[in-house]
Design a protein around this ligand. Structure first.
Ligand code: PEP
Ligand code: MG
Length: 945
């Protein structure tokens, strides 16, 4: 007997089996007999629930049954043997019902029943788990099928496909072992294509497969259909936790599911002759969202896997689609009609029925559907419908079109688009003139839009390795398979020689929002030589190419890219988001350019301007370094002077102080107009929107060169010895700089820096009408720190007001990024006009995870489930979040209308945004490119309540 490769995990505790017995694990579906409903997605998986639903709608669904996701959870809890015991009777009953409904019997009889065994979780994971088709074939049923169909070639071909699929998926025999046998027969006969294999050849292939399986696995291929079914069910449950499924769930943040359901369904045959076909279709274009016609592909005389596997080039569903396809490939109308007719032409009656089903399903599910169908001898069967995966552009267009078509309302549209997906729309496209000049190599299918330039690699491992080294890569494959997922994830773009719009590469790339060109038939990719050749051109690994995923064009070399236009459906979905959100959305920006970009993306102001970034620009770093060089000396001499009572000593100290103080003041004097100019630029770009400016925060050593060459250069520029520079660098060295001399501690030690910065802000505010600066003090832990800085700020505001004869309305607030500040927020609120949570530092200090070093172990912490996500990316709501909650309550206890924002990296993370909404934040602030994401996430949080 064949052993399953997916072995039972644990022995079954008898009590657990007894308890579990109460549950129902198997649900039948079929015309007028479906036990499940569409509402049971969590239990039946998406595929199972929709099959039951479609059958209920009277659509032609081959009958079958679904084994629940709870059974999958049991598989992992009690092991496969105990699960088998647990569901055996229910499976047998459902099978009897299925046999009755089809008039066929599994594994024997004159009319044998063959079934497909497919996975289907509540969240769709295309191609990640296992499937077995044609289950139930054995020597007896093969003969019976031949007698019924009178088509021995079809039956033997199905048998060899079954052995191959079952052998690989269930028994764990390597794919290439089967390929080896198949190739041997083809070679002996001088064939190149599988379709050239005749009945006798296929019999030989089957015999070779059987022999090979026995040799590799040490046991016979199972011929008992019930045993095949049990093993098949177990294999599908086992595939829930195969490495690629685990990786897919991690990449797509799919969590909290019980497992996969298993759908056992009567087989229908798209490969039973030229009046049969199989296909996949979308009710709207999954790349663009357009619905000019019915999008889809089909293959005559083929089985479902052939379409997705991308081995044959599929034909289009509609004449319109077919003509567009032909045009893109320079195929003449005559050739198209003769060789690649649309379904609309080749099977007009079936097309009409399918087209009516398309309309019905979209109206029913109120969303774009991804359909799988099979035509068996002229009869149409629906095998699947699900909400189709789509690019961000398509998601936005479909959601807004559905509102305009009155199929969904505005709120539903806002909830339809995944905020993190918006990122795809904000990224560059090729500059037209640069693309026009580029040398086009070939054109494939525009499988996933966008623009990508990178270096050629030929396998996923190299892609991951090179990407780690900071290289931009284009993953080039003959066709991709689920094993390539890691490489696809890191690649800038994906190029395949084979496969259609629904090939693995196309579907996965779209899901990832990654540029992909598929089905470039003209390209010859050699994995051995690591070359791509096209006509006379030969490209090597590491050569640069560019892909236009929106047109399918492939170019030699690099192409310049530019930012996309944010109009049309994107603008509409953003306007709807703004209508429903309650949270404000600001940006973290410190240059006029970033500010303008963020305003274009809809930022309502700046939530964090890190002023230190301004010190690095141009030669202003020189002035700032001059200030640093003497700052410590000035501070020490001033302290000595303050403590000195002796007049003579005082005079000496004053003389000593004179030169460094002059340099200190001079440097600050040089910096003042530069800072003022920056603020003027930003206030202008903000056009009256508020701007939270944070005073100097990082430790001073960050502004000095740490390497020998840099120090030598600085010494030359400053007219000092290298030793003198080194001495200052050493004196600023701290063991724990993140907890050292930084934040408001700098303004307390060097008040002139605060005074200079505040003066620059105030003078810029006086210069730009309508500007709304807010001054923020960083790293406050004690209210007295804030009070002391506030006094300096207020003094400067008053001075500028007097000098400029104007009234400045400037709020003074603080960052809450030190746990002590959070738990004394009531005291701090008394001095603050606003709080802005610096969740980067707050996470660092609350969890005691160094921002710079935690990368070493945080991955492991997340993998082990200690933290659901990296707490520096998604706010740790249970820990850091609790502190935030406390601080807001304390703060608003003192000042009920206290303005509260967040400006750590978390401000652009949709989950954190939802959390901030629940806690009653006033706004979130994030990097410019995440502003649209935050706007949509805020609206969704408001709508979800
Ligand atoms: C923070 O700590 O969250 C913050 C915004 O400040 P920075 O990242 O500059 O320390
Ligand atoms: Mg900080």
């Amino acid at each position: 007997m064949a052993k399953s490769v997916k072995v039972a995990k644990k022995a079954a505790p008898a009590k657990a089996v007894a308890q579990a017995k109460k549950a129902k694990y198997v649900y039948f579906f079929g015309a007028k007999q479906s036990e499940g409903t569409v509402a049971m997605k969590a239990l039946l998986g998406g595929k199972g629930a929709n099959l039951a639903d479609m059958a209920g709608l009277g659509l032609p669904v081959p009958p079958g049954f679904t084994i629940t996701t709870e059974a999958c959870a049991k598989y992992y809890e009690i092991g496969e043997k105990a699960l088998h015991e647990l569901i055996r009777e229910e499976v047998r009953d459902a099978l009897t019902k299925l046999e009755k409904a089809t008039g066929k019997t599994l594994g024997c009889g004159v009319n044998p029943l063959l079934v497909s065994v497919r996975s289907g979780a509540a969240a769709s994971m295309p191609g990640m788990m296992d499937t077995v088709l044609n289950l139930g074939l054995n020597p007896e049923t093969v003969e019976a099928m031949i007698a019924r169909t009178n088509n021995p070639r079809f039956v033997w071909d199905s048998y060899r496909r079954f052995i191959q699929m079952f052998g690989n998926v269930v028994l764990g025999v390597e794919h290439h072992d089967f390929e080896h046998e198949l190739e041997a027969v083809k070679h002996a006969k001088g064939y190149t294509l599988d379709t050239e294999l005749m009945t006798e050849d296929l019999k030989e292939v089957v015999a070779r497969y059987m022999k090979m399986v026995k040799k590799v696995k040490g046991c016979d291929f199972p011929t008992d259909a019930m045993e095949q079914l049990t093993l098949g069910i177990n294999a599908v449950f086992g595939s829930w936790n195969n490495p690629r499924a685990i990786k897919y769930r991690a990449l797509n943040d799919i969590r909290g599911l019980l497992g996969t359901a298993v759908n056992v369904q009567a087989m229908v045959f798209g490969n039973s002759g030229t009046n049969s076909a199989t296909g996949v279709a979308f009710t709207r274009d999954p790349s663009t969202g357009e619905h000019k016609y019915f999008y889809g592909e089909y293959l005559i005389n083929a089985q479902g896997e052939d379409v997705v596997a991308g081995i044959r080039t599929p034909q289009q569903i509609t004449v319109k689609g077919s003509r567009e396809w032909a045009k893109a490939r320079s195929v003449t109308e005559a050739v198209r009609k003769a060789q690649y007719p649309a379904l609309e032409e080749s099977m007009p009656k079936v097309f009409k029925q399918l087209d009516a089903i398309r309309v019905k399903l979209e109206q029913h599910y109120k969303d774009m559907q991804d359909l799988e169908f099979t035509i068996e001898d002229g009869t149409l069967y629906m095998l699947q419908t699900r909400n189709g995966k789509r690019t961000a552009a398509a998601a936005v267009k479909i959601a807004t079109d559905l509102v305009q078509e009155k199929i969904i309302d505005e709120k539903a549209a806002v909830l339809r688009v995944d905020p993190s997906q918006l990122d795809q729309l904000l990224h560059p496209v090729f500059v037209k003139s640069s693309e026009a000049k580029a040398k086009k190599i070939t054109v494939g299918l525009p499988a996933s839009p966008g623009a990508a330039t990178g270096q050629i690699v030929f396998n996923a491992a190299t892609a991951e390795l090179w990407a780690k080294e900071g290289k931009k890569v284009i993953l080039c494959r003959i066709e991709t398979s689920p094993e390539d997922i890691g490489g696809m994830n890191v690649a800038a773009g994906i190029l395949t020689a084979r496969g259609g719009m629904t090939s693995h590469a196309a579907v996965v790339a779209r899901g990832m929002g990654k540029c992909c060109v598929s089905g470039c038939g003209e390209l010859h990719i050699s994995y051995d030589k690591k070359t791509i050749s096209c006509n006379k051109l030969v490209l090597q690994e590491g050569d640069w190419i560019s892909l236009n995923g929106s047109t399918g064009a492939v170019y030699e070399g690099k192409i310049d890219s530019q930012d996309p236009k944010l109009t049309g459906p994107f603008a509409m979905i953003m306007a709807l988001a703004d209508k429903y959100r309650k949270l404000g959305v600001r940006t973290n920006a410190d240059t006029p350019r970033d500010t303008a970009k963020a305003v274009e993306f809809g930022a309502e102001g700046i939530g964090l301007c890190r002023t230190e970034h301004m010190f690095f620009e141009g030669d202003r770093i020189t002035s700032f370094r001059r200030m640093i060089l003497v700052a410590e000396t000035v501070k020490n001499l001033r302290a000595a002077l303050a403590a000195c009572c002796d007049a003579e000593e005082k005079a000496v100290l004053e003389r000593e102080l004179a030169a460094p103080l002059k340099q200190y003041n001079q440097a600050l004097k040089e910096l003042l107009p530069l800072q003022r100019k920056d603020f003027i630029g930003m206030f202008k770009a903000l056009k009256g929107r508020p701007c939270t400016v944070r005073l100097l925060d990082p430790p001073l050593h960050e502004f000095l060169p740490q390497d020998d060459a840099g120090q030598a250069e600085m010494a030359k520029l400053m007219g000092l010895s290298v030793e003198a520079i080194k001495q200052v660098v050493d004196s600023l060295h701290e063991t724990n700089p993140m907890l050292g001399h930084r934040g408001c501690r700098l303004g307390i030690s060097y008040p002139e820096v605060t005074l200079m910065q505040v003066r620059a802000i105030c003078e810029a505010a006086a210069a730009v009408k309508g500007s709304q600066p807010e001054i923020m003090v960083p790293l406050v832990g004690h209210v007295k720190e804030l009070a002391s800085q506030k006094a300096l700020i207020e003094q400067t505001i008053a001075e500028v007001e007097k000098a400029k004869k104007t009234k400045l309305h400037i709020k003074i607030g603080t960052m809450i990024e030190v746990p002590r500040a959070a738990i004394t927020a009531d005291q701090i609120a008394a001095e603050a006009d606003f709080f802005s949570f610096g969740t980067n530092d707050l996470t660092q200090m609350t969890c005691a995870f160094s921002r710079d070093d935690a990368g070493k172990f945080l991955g492991e912490y997340v993998a082990k489930g200690f933290y659901d996500y990296d707490p520096f990316q998604v706010l740790d709501q249970d820990g850091v979040g609790r502190l935030v909650d406390i601080a807001i309550k304390y703060g608003r206890g003192v000042k009920p209308n206290l303005k509260v924002g967040v400006c750590g990296e978390h401000g652009g993370d949709p989950k954190t945004v939802a959390f901030c909404h629940r806690l009653g934040f006033t706004y979130v602030s994030c990097s410019p490119y995440r502003v649209p994401i935050a706007r949509l996430a805020a609206a969704q949080a408001a709508l979800k309540g």
